[in-house]
Ligand binder design. Structure first.
Ligand SMILES: Cc1ncc(COP(=O)(O)O)c(C=O)c1O
Length: 453
């Protein structure tokens, strides 16, 4: 029989957890620990028991400015006084136009673009999928292993995540994604797998679009290899295939600039945005040249609230804040600190665990390996993040064995340093054999049937 820490079962959070299990679909949460968020105070999360956690998750990179940014709050307050939303299919609204003008002004390569707003990072990929089909009059798509584009119909089929239960659509073809520092393939041909598929009947002229995250997020916070991106882009241009970047997780300075594609110097045919696009409110947006964006009529793609007033007002306030020189200076300084703290931790050689750091800007991953076997060690990674939760740091894993480091860009220097101290302490504790029953219980729930505990 499992026994929990004194008082653990009496927590208000546990009561909510039990009630949640009775009325909420089990597919709604990926739980690492029983945290019930009550407030987001800048870079600190407060749960309903009054426990405080330094935020290293930023609501899965959807709150890049953390909670309570004064400019965003004021803009939202002003907009709330007037109207939260009024259906955007039958009426126009100014915040929507104002925001689209700002977003298109930062399209890489300064090409003239338009925006299609939606409500999330998932449904926007579905829209991009439909528009790519309509524009190119082609039916097939290319995506990559380890990618995540969302959980609606097309986006989930474009994704490749562990535990997928539905067979993928047959017009979606997945190939190998080369990460930075991966070995160079034979003859330097990064598209060899794709070329093999084309020899077997599929024609490049049937491909509507390639969907790619320039930095894989849920696949492990690992940037793409530059030569791989260059070859892929060249291939797309040669065959009239749209090169569409999924920037849902990495845009808005998460990776150090407006978009993560900026580090590759390529001009995509379309950019998918979500998460921090709405600065705390649900909002998705597909941005591309007008001939792509205008290739379907409203009867097939309009949605009642897409691009609604409140989310656009919040997004504009965040956009203007991020456009300021003072924000960039602050971010550059803090990114250097972040990189050195993460590098320092990854460089330590005192545990049975080896850490490999990847990422850039304010988006890093620490892959956890067993030092003896050199194998990915998701059990230890899980125990570390659970121990962080017990110590007051909110952090999770991606791709099983990768610790996700994505604090708000507004995090204080003190909390950034404190967060890394807690992470190191958690690693020390786990290395010494610490394991709480709660930790083991939640590991079994998170990974049923893989009980190593
Ligand atoms: C790269 C990427 N695309 C799309 C999505 C889906 O966004 P949402 O969960 O907001 O629908 C995510 C979510 O994690 C993501 O990381």
């Amino acid at each position: 029989m499992i026994s929990f820490m004194v008082g653990f079962m009496e927590r208000k959070s546990i009561e909510v957890l039990k009630r949640d299990a009775g009325v909420i679909a089990s597919g709604q949460h990926i739980l690492y620990f029983p945290i019930v968020v009550d407030a987001v105070e800048g870079d600190t999360i407060v749960d309903i028991d009054g426990n405080r956690y330094i935020d290293f998750l930023s609501s899965a990179s959807s709150l890049n400015m953390g909670g309570m940014n004064p400019q965003i709050r004021q803009a939202v307050g002003r907009q709330m006084e007037k109207c939260t939303q009024y259906c955007t299919c039958y009426t126009l609204n100014r915040p929507m136009v104002d925001y689209a003008e700002r977003l298109t002004s930062i399209y890489p390569g300064e090409i003239s673009a338009k925006v299609f707003f939606t409500l999330s990072g998932s449904d926007v990929a579905d829209i991009a999928y439909c528009l790519a089909k309509a524009h190119t009059k082609r039916d097939h798509f290319i995506t990559f292993r380890g990618s995540f584009h969302g959980n609606t119909f097309a986006s989930s089929n474009l994704s490749d995540m562990e535990g997928e239960e539905l067979p993928p659509l047959s017009n979606i073809h997945r190939f190998h994604y080369f990460h930075e520092n991966d070995p160079v393939p034979p003859d330097g041909d990064y598209l060899f797998e794709m070329n093999e598929a084309f020899k077997k009947g599929l024609s490049p002229e049937e491909i509507a679009a390639v969907f790619i995250e320039p930095i894989q997020g849920d696949g492990g916070l690992r940037p793409a290899n530059k030569e791989f991106m260059r070859q892929l882009y060249g291939f797309c241009k040669e065959h009239g295939i749209l090169f569409i970047c999924d920037e849902v997780q990495q845009a808005f300075f998460r990776s150090g600039s407006w978009f993560s594609i900026d580090r590759y110097g390529l001009v995509p045919d379309g950019i998918i945005m979500g998460k921090s696009l709405g600065a705390g409110f649900p909002l998705g947006g597909f941005m591309a040249r007008s001939e792509i964006i205008d290739s379907l009529s409203a009867t097939v793609c309009a949605s009642t609230m897409a691009g609604y007033h409140l989310a656009c007002a919040a997004g504009i306030a965040q956009f203007d804040y991020m456009g300021q020189k003072s924000f960039r200076t602050m971010l550059d300084e803090k990114s250097r600190l972040f990189e050195s703290l993460a590098g320092n931790l990854a460089g330590k050689d005192k545990w049975k665990t080896k850490l490999i750091l990847s990422g850039t800007g304010f988006s890093y991953g620490l892959q956890v390996f067993d030092k003896t076997t050199n194998k990915p060690d998701r059990f230890t990674a899980f125990k570390i993040v659970f121990r962080c939760y017990e110590l007051g740091l909110l952090i999770i894993t991606v791709a099983g064995n990768t610790i996700r480091l994505q604090p708000p860009l507004s995090i204080s220097k003190e909390n950034l340093e404190k967060g890394f101290e807690l992470l190191e302490r958690a690693m020390d504790d786990i290395d010494k054999g610490y394991a709480s029953n709660e930790m083991l219980y939640f590991y079994r729930k998170r990974y049923p049937g893989t009980d190593k505990a």
